[in-house]
Design a protein around this ligand. Sequence first.
Ligand code: NAD
Length: 408
Amino acid sequence: MIIGIPREIASGERRVAITPDAARELVSDGHGLHVEAGAGSQAGFADADYEAAGARIAADAAALYAVAETVLRVRAPQGHEVAALRPGTVLISFLRPLDEPELSARLAERGITAFSIELMPRITRAQSMDALSSQATVAGYRAVLVAAELLPRMFPMLVTAAGTISPARVFVIGAGVAGLQAIATARRLGALVEAYDTRAAAAEQVESLGARFVELALDAGDAEDAGGYARAQTEEFYERQRKLMAERAAASDVVITTALVPGRRAPLLLDEDGVKGMREGSVVVDLAAENGGNCACTEPGEIVSKHGVTLVGDTNLPSALPVNASQMYSKNLLTFLRHLVTEGRIVIDLGDEITKGTLVAHDGKVVNETVRARLEPAESAESAKPAEHGEADKPAERSEAVKGEEAG
Ligand code: NAD
């Protein structure tokens, strides 16, 4: 099978889908690997490294797409890249299918078989293919470094001849993969860390990292679904949560928000009054910026200052650490591809939970039911008035976020 690795062209994207080490493994599996010239350069991988791993360098994207039977990439293809994919090509990438279902429809129309890496089921067997987790790990680490850089004070407690420096206080909202990594990183830098999550199971994990789990007088009920993800709460719950988050934020120097509910706009957990109540010079890093933001003052793709607080809305923190982010993503893709391949070819076995879960377009159709359902209301809403803000506003909100990202 001929596998193609294009150069990512999304603004600010420095990752590459396959590193030279993973390239060597694909070649040893018997695949032909074609890498677009410069594909790894922003992550520090030279064309010569890929050639040494047994890959061929394609001069440009057109040359790559002309031969590739399977294309592995990081970011969803943009319009002209979709047009360049030959019918019958297999595409494996982040595709944001719940946010931009129209892309899945376009890929289906073009006869592309597309797998969306963000739909990887959260099962033990698929852990090594879970790119949302691997990239969230990088983002959680990076978020703390960005905050430390912007905060006008140090993180650790220091007892010196020039006086005692008190430790910075960091509050992490959402203790999933990114949040736990942020907690661990902030602790390593010496900060005092508190965290909150609606999932009760998170408390023990937070405490095992040396942080304090904030107990709120709020009943999140059965906050976790069968897949380990958070369930959405009622608007009343969020309203009460915002008041309590504002109290904790006022006592913190840094707030890192990571709260997400799959398939929905990120819950709004820190409103403008909450930001106003924070100390001058405090920092908020909103990891949910791409999904609408957990903080009302976040501007996706931007770093802004409001009410004396610095707000970071970076939508692609993993790209700032492209070596490890690519290394982890590449390992996720390699494992997934090996899972799909039998005797050198990709076999679509819809009886397999991982294949079925990730496949969005095949045989000219959008095959994922959730993505299809997202397309239907969008089609019928086309002629209708745009929805008022609320849960139903997700696609519009997210496309705003994407615009911000492209601008940034
Ligand atoms: P995520 O990115 O969807 O959400 C981030 C966190 O936000 C979650 O912990 C969620 O509970 C939290 N959250 C949602 N609403 C909130 C609110 N109102 N207030 C505070 N926090 C809120 O989730 P994730 O980080 O990718 O993973 C969530 C869980 O799934 C974790 O327990 C993780 O260990 C588990 N997981 C399992 C697997 C697997 O078994 N293969 C893979 C990855 C993650």
